[in-house]
Design a protein around this ligand. Structure first.
Ligand code: AMP
Length: 540
């Protein structure tokens, strides 16, 4: 096979920038994938949407803007004409190798590998390689466009492509199957044990009364635990556990493995969804940060089991003994779940249509140290990777997950730290990030120091006052109100924003979107409006 050059990918990216319609972008991507070999297409698809590394990879490129600038400077000479330009597969494998490099002198080793590529690249190829590394392609092609392109390429309907992706959890796998087996193979994709799928996500619920009115019947309300999402696969007594980002974490949490083995009996194969929380000796939940300390640990696991015990709480079942349960309604899944899993492991829940009962249950959850409640529609299927209104989180305070895109140098007590963080929401249409507020509140001194170090590694530019960084760090931000604001291009600003935790389990594209902010703003407006009315009517 003659390998396709990276140059072709760069040219397609240029065309994508010019095309304005989504349909045209889809067709352009489909045509490009069509002409590639089935070995090249998966790598090309990832590169096309600015994700050099496949899902489930723990590694990061960790190449800063400064490194790229240094490289550009010493390779400003013209192309080495004697050498062949790099191919798509070569760029992809080099980027993977770069991500593997860590430890002493890693910067220079990463630079050497990058240099070997860019010395053989044209201006255009360099431009798109750099955009790739920075993670901002800005040509309007995201995961959704790619899925549509695969549907166009294979003639499969979009729903079956989306479903295959949900079950596989990996885009490169999906593209490979589409190229090798076409529509038929995509339609045949099945949930496989030890092959984690993307977890179902939840929307924010602003108003329980409204929710109950909308649904017009009973809804299930479960405790919302402040922990880490886990997907548990068990076959013939072998247990493997995966994180929200589909990394295997079994080894770090043997105590959870034991809880699964003790609490799930009489099944051959099972896939469960749940949350792991850290608890103190009396079983009371501990803050999320404690839990992270356990999850990162590979060595010295046994000492930590004593110090920070973990508790598993299961709330869904996706598969049982050869039968996929995703399309079964929530109620039916819970019935199966409660037959197979020890009640001790199951999330406490109520089913009700009475707002008062919800309020009491929410208070109980908070009192016991949990985050809030999760409302789930009784008729809802399990939709992997989807954030829809089938699950709704109810928390007492409003939170958003935002991405740090820049930070100001601190002064006074915070001199030497990057302390005022520019917080941005994700815009899926432009695949960019839009600032909605700034804050220096919420971190401890120790966290400021760590954050400064992390941000400097992601530095894109520094004008002495503000450091712009690659959008990578996601933080949970509590706020009091969303306002319209001409100050930011997004048009919105958060009032009294403060960082409540660092969401190292989330990638920047999983942050809350600008659309959600707009929606929250409107809801809040309505709610406040009605509150004012209540107030006024009580005064009459
Ligand atoms: P958030 O991360 O704020 O978008 O909230 C969704 C997360 O809440 C899920 O990804 C789970 O990790 C977690 N969670 C805690 N309790 C539950 C529950 N009972 N059902 C579903 N998710 C839960």
């Amino acid at each position: 096979m003659v390998e396709t050059r990276f140059e072709e990918l760069a040219e397609v990216c240029e065309k994508l920038v010019i095309l304005s319609g989504r349909k045209d972008k889809v067709s352009q991507v489909a045509r490009f994938l069509k002409r590639l070999d089935s070995k090249e297409a998966p790598a090309a698809a990832l590169l096309l949407i600015g994700r050099a590394l496949p899902e489930g990879s723990e590694k990061k490129l960790e190449v800063s803007f400064a490194t790229l600038m240094d490289l550009l400077e010493d390779s400003s000479q013209s192309l080495l004409s004697s050498e062949e330009p790099p191919t798509i597969l070569e760029v992809s494998s080099t980027l993977k190798r770069i991500a593997e490099i860590s430890g002493p002198s890693s910067r220079s080793r990463k630079m050497a590998l990058l240099r070997s590529l860019i010395m053989r690249m044209s201006e255009l190829e360099r431009k798109w390689l750099f955009k790739q590394i920075i993670g901002e392609m800005q040509h309007g092609v995201n995961e959704g466009v790619l899925l549509e392109a695969l549907a166009e390429l294979t003639g499969a309907n979009l729903k079956s492509v989306q479903r295959a992706y949900m079950l596989l959890g990996r885009l490169d796998e999906l593209v490979k199957i589409a190229k090798e087996g076409g529509r038929e193979a995509l339609e045949k994709v099945k949930l496989k044990i030890f092959n984690p799928l993307r977890p179902m996500l939840a929307e924010i619920c602003n108003d329980v009364d409204e929710l109950l009115k909308d649904i017009g019947g009973s809804v299930a309300f479960e405790y919302k635990f402040d922990g880490a999402r886990v997907q548990i696969h068990m076959k013939d007594g072998v247990v493997k556990i995966y994180s929200r980002r589909l990394n295997e974490v079994t080894e770090s949490i043997p105590d959870v493995v034991k809880q699964v083995k003790d609490g799930v009996k009489g099944v051959k194969e099972i896939v469960l969804d749940g949350e792991v929380i850290a608890v103190d000796r009396d079983g009371k939940p501990l803050p999320f940060q404690e839990l992270l300390r356990r999850f990162r640990r590979v060595r010295g696991v046994s000492e930590k089991i004593e110090e920070i015990p973990l508790k598993l709480q299961v709330f869904d079942i996706l598969y049982l003994d050869g039968v996929e349960l995703l399309d079964k309604p929530y109620e039916e899944r819970w019935k199966i779940l409660s037959e197979k899993v020890d009640a001790k492991l199951l999330a406490p829940r109520i089913i009700t249509s009475d707002p008062k009962m919800v309020k009491n249950f929410l208070e109980k959850a908070i009192e016991e140290g949990h985050e809030g409640l999760m409302a789930k529609r009784l008729d809802s299927p399990y939709r992997p990777g989807r954030r829809e209104k089938l699950w709704l989180k109810i928390k007492p305070a409003e939170n958003l997950d935002l991405v740090i895109v820049a930070a100001d140098w601190g002064y006074g007590r915070r001199t030497g730290w990057l302390s005022n963080y520019h917080l941005a929401a994700y815009n899926p249409r432009t695949d960019g990030f839009e600032v909605v507020g700034k804050t220096f509140k919420g971190l401890t001194d120790e966290e400021f120091e760590l954050m400064t170090k992390k941000l400097l590694q992601l530095k894109l530019s520094d004008d002495g006052y503000t450091v712009r960084v690659k959008p990578e760090i996601v933080v949970e931000v509590a706020y009091n109100e969303i306002q319209r604001s001409p100050k930011y291009r997004s048009g919105y600003a958060l009032r009294f924003a403060r960082i409540t935790r660092i969401r190292s389990d989330k990638s920047p594209r999983e942050a809350d979107t600008i659309d959600k902010i707009r929606e929250l703003y409107l809801k809040q407006f309505r709610r406040k409006g009605s509150l004012t009315e209540d107030f006024l009517s009580s005064r009459r």
